[in-house]
Design a protein around this ligand. Structure first.
Ligand code: FE
Ligand code: FE
Ligand code: ZN
Length: 264
């Protein structure tokens, strides 16, 4: 993974901690940490983001599924302790028919059970598109979860540009206003990472279909404003566009070309 990232001139990389569909079988393999660290430093691979399996549901109505989510997150976090400068991102979940308040409470409970004062890894909640009964598509919902977590300094947010657009935040025409709203409800200092994706659908569609950079409804100009925005430009950006390695290489090269040097 790290070698692939470096081969396409990436300076960030995201990986799934295990099979994204959430099987128990194939757990995170961090066998060669020292070699990885040296490699990452040499090649300026500065940010790593671990992504939890997206099938976990920390607010399922089924207590066994909540327990499974809790154990998986706890196990991932304990393994990630051996990897420095890594954040751990997860999808808050689907509240099904239980209502948003119950969903928020279940998620916060799990975080309160698994987070420890000693851990180094920052845990990020991802902004969601609002498909079905997804929790976390309104900033208020993420803010509510964060407010119920005791170890708040271990928590942050990962903003997914496709998801926020699909959920109804107009980052094409109203980027400043959306960031202002984020700041008031969640707090911009909590924003730790950006998933940079175009979207196949219109703002407010609540669909979640990622498009290649510049080939969706968000468009290249808006995405370039995002990577250069004074409140965002320092953040690590991760592509989750439907691409193979050469497609990512092209997008990285395009975006690096359009990323303006610091004006200081
Ligand atoms: Fe995600
Ligand atoms: Fe994402
Ligand atoms: Zn998505």
């Amino acid at each position: 993974m790290a070698k692939d990232a470096v081969s396409i001139h990436a300076n960030t990389a995201q990986f799934f901690t295990r099979n994204p569909r959430g099987s128990r079988a194939k757990a995170l393999d961090l066998s060669d940490i020292a070699a990885y660290q040296t490699f990452a430093e040499t090649h300026h691979l500065s940010h790593l983001l671990a992504h939890a399996p997206y099938t976990l549901n920390a607010c399922s109505a089924d207590p066994h599924l909540r327990q499974f989510a809790k154990e998986t997150i706890a196990d991932d976090l304990s393994r990630l302790e051996s990897l420095p400068n890594c954040c751990y991102n997860f999808h808050p979940g689907n509240h099904m028919k239980q209502g948003i308040n119950q969903g928020v409470a279940f998620i916060a409970n799990i975080l309160n059970d698994v987070l420890t004062p000693q851990q180094h890894t920052m845990v990020l909640l991802e902004t969601m598109a609002g498909k079905g009964t997804e929790v976390g598509w309104r900033f208020e919902e993420l803010g509510a979860i964060l407010n119920q977590v005791q170890l708040q300094h271990k928590m942050g947010v990962c903003l997914d540009t496709c998801h926020v657009w699909d959920s109804g935040y107009d980052i094409v025409h109203q980027l400043d206003a959306v960031l202002e709203e984020f700041d008031q409800i969640i707090g911009l200092p909590r924003l730790r990472a950006v998933h940079l994706n175009d979207s196949m659908n219109l703002c407010g569609s609540r669909k979640d279909r990622h498009a290649k950079i510049g080939q969706g409804q968000i468009g290249l100009d808006a995405l370039v404003r995002i990577i250069n925005h004074p409140k965002l430009r320092h953040l690590p950006f991760y592509l989750e566009t439907p691409n193979d390695l050469s497609g990512y290489a092209e997008e990285i090269s395009l975006l690096q070309h359009l990323y303006q040097p610091d004006s200081l």
